[in-house]
Design a protein around this ligand. Structure first.
Ligand code: UT7
Length: 318
């Protein structure tokens, strides 16, 4: 049996940083409120001219280096993003060109904050079936470009960044299962108010009913954790690390509690960069691998929830 195994990871945050105190000068908010209600201390924001592809390129190069492989070994590129550089070509194609790879499939996946989990699941299917041998899987977003910087209910929450994972075909276990879901009935609770057919004449902004999204996210993530463990005949205590989507510390606390996993076994990066949408899970994974917390052989549970609504999980042996 062939598995998709993580060979290396990389992450990147743009240089420019906005603290909660900086935001106090933009909207009616307080550092203490943001820290207490969300766990966020600061977020990184793309500089002038910097795009999602730039972030993705930095993260991908770091992942390639960590995996110790040559770029020409990559035969599949999939990138989760909601903030592509252009309507087309896909940011994955631009990234492919930047990295100097050509010929292999390269495409974007648009599942908002669940984009990386969707991309990982797709790459996993290609590797399991033998259709690909070495995949570059990226989550990258520059949400600062679609924020209404006068709306305190959204602008304090998001930040920009990218995370990347190289998956290679292996006989030893890697990704054990992935679980993807969506429910399009909740568009009114979280959406961007512009696009090709709607409001192209004005800037597009994230619109969110935060409290409602919060409640559904907590319920849904609890369910998907159970679904993932049941599919693998595993128990809660078999999970070494929970690597959650970093949207709100209180959502993460609630999921960890439902899973019965102590917070010392949960990778938390939200304080440093807020909700980086599709980049959030691979960024967190990269941090905990590089600082030595996650070791080879550990069992990781990855999960995310976002606009769509979309949600998903992956259980893997690192
Ligand atoms: O990744 C995609 C999924 N996204 C999420 O999962 C985000 C989910 N939602 C959340 O994280 C939280 O709902 C928020 C952080 C957005 C809001 O936190 P909350 O504890 O649910 O606050 P709330 O919306 O119930 O508002 C409580 C109060 C309100 O004031 P009143 O009406 O009680 O006077 C808000 O106007 O907090 C106020 N408020 C703020 N105060 C200071 C809302 N945003 C802010 C702010 N600074 N930035």
């Amino acid at each position: 049996m062939t598995f998709a195994r993580v060979l290396g990871t990389g992450g990147y945050l743009p240089e420019h940083c906005l603290t909660n105190s900086d935001l106090e000068r933009l909207v009616d908010t307080k550092d203490a409120w943001v820290q207490e209600r969300t766990g966020i201390r600061k977020r990184h924001i793309v500089g002038p001219g910097e795009t999602t592809c730039d972030l993705a390129e930095h993260a991908s190069r770091r992942a390639l280096e960590a995996a110790g492989i040559e770029k020409d070994e990559i035969d599949f590129v999939v990138l989760g993003t909601t903030t592509p550089d252009l309507v087309y070509p896909a940011t994955a194609c631009r990234l492919q060109a930047r990295l100097g790879i050509s010929g292999c499939p390269a495409f974007d996946v648009q599942a908002v904050c669940t984009g990386f989990i969707y991309a990982l699941s797709i790459a996993d299917q290609f590797i399991r079936t033998g259709a690909a041998k070495c995949a570059l899987v990226v989550g990258a977003d520059a949400s600062s470009k679609i924020l209404d910087w006068t709306d305190r209910g959204t602008c304090v929450l998001f930040g920009d960044g990218a995370g990347a994972v190289i998956l290679g075909a292996s006989e030893a276990p890697g990704i054990l299962s992935t679980h993807l879901h969506a429910d399009g009935r909740y568009e009114h609770l979280l959406y961007v108010d512009g696009g090709v057919f709607h409001g192209y004449d004005h800037p597009a902004y994230v619109r969110m009913q935060g409290g409602e999204v919060f409640k559904i996210a907590v319920r849904t993530l609890g369910r998907i954790v159970d679904e993932t463990l049941a599919a693998n005949n595993m128990d809660r205590c078999d999970v070494d690390w929970l690597v959650p989507h970093q949207a709100n510390i209180r959502i993460i606390n609630a999921t960890a509690k439902m899973l019965g996993i102590p917070m010392e076994r949960v990778v938390l990066t939200i304080a440093e960069h807020g909700n980086t949408s599709a980049a959030s899970v691979p960024l967190a994974m990269d941090v905990a691998i590089r600082d030595g917390r996650i070791s080879r052989g550990d069992t990781l549970l990855l999960e995310a929830f976002g606009g769509g609504f979309t949600w998903g999980s992956a259980l893997l042996k690192y």
